[in-house]
Design a protein around this ligand. Structure first.
Ligand code: NAD
Length: 359
């Protein structure tokens, strides 16, 4: 089956890190995969070319692609622009346009990088958690919202936490299916003791769970989940939660690993189309210096193969190659330790390609 990919290098280090992931796509194509790809612009680069961070051209390309690989967007030079034209708006627009309601953020700590974590080795060594966060609902989008003057003449801020059954069901299916592909444990995080919205969330997760008897479902209140993530993070396999809790917990979980340059992410819609990008930003401080760590982007590409192209074999092969490269002592500046071999962005990409030949 033929697959069409859209590559959006973006701004800052985006083009450098994406170029290393594209080398891998080229290798897979050379080995016979039926994949085509084209480039597009998003964020600041799109503003430069078309005067808008998510122009119509990119919109058309994204809609016809099976999956999108993004570097990162943003640069301080755009901070003075009117809000609707800023690079980050391009990111929000593409997420909304493609209806990317499920955000998957793995927090994986490779044994080789265990010293990067602020937690003790025994708590985080070989950590492998996947956070599934609902991305298009909840208090971030619920109406009514706003700041108004109340009946006492005092200013008041309002946001509304809302989820309907179909929104909960579709994210539950994504979470259960992700758990099926992993260690078959799913923890749904809510605040059902206080918030009715999440009482409904818990009930629907329990109902959907009956369709996945092989997945062990548990429920946890969000305050306890935050505590448990720091106390004993390895108890988790997949965590599923709403937009606001997921925002906070996924940052917490990712920082257990200590290495921002190593964290991929995927945002999926109902048809399995996805936007894949590193969790970090465009790092303008090191852009254009061939210093950036391309591994988060390469790991995002592995997720693209796993979730949008249903090619677990290639996903696994890319991840194994990264493990091999780390075991061989290759490190970019952000994960450098004494005794290891510091390499550039391009050298790291080349090392992964070389490691893939033998897998
Ligand atoms: P950042 O993630 O870009 O950088 C934070 C720090 O981490 C910097 O010191 C940077 O050099 C380092 N870093 C990040 N990625 C790295 C990598 N791959 N290799 C080595 N070091 C890396 O966050 P920031 O500085 O707060 O934001 C910079 C710009 O990125 C802003 O314009 C922001 O809006 C944007 N941003 C974009 C996204 C996105 O595209 N999804 C996400 C976050 C921030």
């Amino acid at each position: 089956m033929s697959h069409q990919l859209l590559i959006l290098p973006g701004d800052g280090i985006g083009p450098e890190i994406v170029a290393e992931a594209v080398k891998i796509i080229d290798l897979i194509i050379k080995e016979g995969a039926d994949i085509q790809y084209e480039y597009g612009v998003l964020g600041g680069s799109a503003y430069e070319k078309y005067g808008h961070p998510y122009p119509e051209e990119t919109q058309k390309q994204s809609q016809s692609a099976d999956a999108v690989l993004l570097g990162a967007v943003g640069h301080p030079k755009y901070d003075q622009l009117e809000r609707s034209l800023r690079p980050e708006r391009g990111l929000l627009a593409i997420r909304k346009d493609l209806n990317l309601f499920a955000n998957l953020r793995p927090a994986i700590l490779y044994s080789e990088l265990v010293n990067a974590s602020t937690l003790k080795k025994e708590f985080v060594d070989n950590l492998d958690i996947l956070i599934v966060r609902e991305l298009t609902g909840d208090i971030y989008f619920g109406e009514p919202r706003g700041i108004h003057v109340n009946e006492n003449g005092e200013e008041e801020g309002i946001n509304t936490m809302r989820y309907n059954v179909s929104e909960i069901k579709r994210i539950a299916h994504v979470a259960f299916q992700a758990a099926q592909k992993r260690n078959k444990k799913l923890c749904s995080v809510d605040k059902a003791n206080v918030l009715e919205t999440t009482e409904l969330w818990r009930r629907i997760f329990t109902e959907v769970g009956q369709e996945y008897p092989e997945v062990e479902l548990s429920h946890m209140y969000v305050d306890n989940a935050a505590m448990q993530l720091v106390r004993a993070p390895k108890q988790f396999d997949v965590i599923a939660t709403g937009n606001i809790f997921g925002d906070i917990l996924s940052d917490l979980a990712s920082m257990l690993t200590g290495s921002i340059g190593m964290l991929p992410s995927a945002s999926l819609n109902e048809t399995g189309k996805g936007l894949y990008e590193p969790s970090h930003g465009s790092a303008p401080d090191i852009a254009g210096q061939n210093k950036a760590n391309p591994l988060a982007t390469i790991l995002s590409l592995a997720m693209l193969f796993r979730y949008s192209l249903n090619d677990e074999k290639t996903a696994h092969r890319i991840e194994k190659a990264i493990e091999k490269v780390l075991a061989a002592g290759y490190r970019t500046g952000d994960i450098m330790e004494t005794g290891k071999k510091q390499v550039s962005c391009i050298e790291m990409g080349d090392a992964v390609i070389e490691a893939m030949q033998g897998i």
